[in-house]
Design a protein around this ligand. Structure first.
Ligand code: HEC
Length: 163
C-alpha cells in the first residue's frame, strides 16, 4: 500500500512538473511572437503608404494645376466601362469606396500605382486593408493601360472640382 502511495505521489509530481514545464515554455513561445511581428514590421516598413507600390512616383508623374479636359473626358468614358459598376462618384460606397475626395486622400502616384496593379497594394496598405474589411471584395485588376489610368486620374481630379 505504502509503495503504491509513493508511486502515485511520484506520478502526481511528474504530472505537476511537466505541466509546470509547459507553462514555463509558454512565455518562451509568446517571446517568439514579438520577434516575428518585428520582422513583419520590417517588411511593412518597405511599403510607403504615400506612394504605394509600383512604377509611379513624384518624378515620373507630373500633373498640371489646371484640368486637362480631353484627358478627363477620355477618363470618364473609360471609368464608365471599367469602374463605375463598383464606384460611385459621390462619397457613398457601392462595392468600393465613393470617389469623391479620393484625389485629396491619396497622392496621384498612389492612385496610379494602385489602379494599374491593385493586388500587391491591397496586401500591404493599411487603409486598403481597412477598406477591404468594409467592402469584403478585393478590387480586381482592370488591366488598365497607363494612358487609361492617367485619363481616369484626370477624371477623378475633375470629379474633385479641379478645372
Ligand atoms: C469589382 C468592383 C470594383 C471595380 C470594377 C473597381 N473597383 Fe476600385 N475598389 C474596389 C474595392 C472593393 C476597393 C476597396 C479596396 C479593396 O477592398 O480592394 C476599391 C478601391 C479603389 C480605390 C481606392 C479608393 C480610396 O478611397 O482609397 C481607387 C482609387 C479605385 N478603387 C479605383 C478604381 C478604378 C480606377 C477602377 C476602374 C479601372 C476600379 N476602381 C474598379 C472595387 C472595385
Amino acid at each position: 500500500m505504502v509503495k503504491i502511495k509513493i508511486f502515485a505521489a511520484c506520478i502526481a509530481m511528474i504530472l505537476i512538473w511537466s505541466c509546470g514545464n509547459k507553462q514555463s515554455s509558454a512565455p518562451g513561445t509568446s517571446g517568439d511572437a514579438p520577434g516575428s511581428s518585428t520582422s513583419a514590421e520590417a517588411a511593412d516598413s518597405d511599403y510607403d503608404p504615400k506612394r504605394g507600390e509600383g512604377k509611379f512616383n513624384e518624378s515620373n508623374l507630373t500633373l498640371e494645376t489646371s484640368l486637362n479636359v480631353p484627358m478627363a473626358e477620355a477618363g470618364e468614358i473609360a471609368s464608365g466601362v471599367k469602374c463605375t459598376s463598383c464606384h460611385k462618384l459621390s462619397e457613398e460606397r457601392l462595392v468600393g469606396p465613393g470617389w469623391k475626395g479620393v484625389t485629396t486622400r491619396r497622392t496621384p502616384h498612389w492612385i496610379m500605382n494602385f489602379i494599374t496593379n491593385p493586388e500587391p497594394m491591397i496586401d500591404k496598405d493599411p487603409e486598403l486593408q481597412a477598406q477591404l474589411e468594409l467592402c469584403l471584395v478585393r478590387m480586381p485588376n482592370q488591366s488598365l493601360t497607363e494612358e487609361e489610368a492617367r485619363n481616369i486620374l484626370e477624371f477623378m481630379r475633375k470629379n474633385d472640382g479641379i478645372n
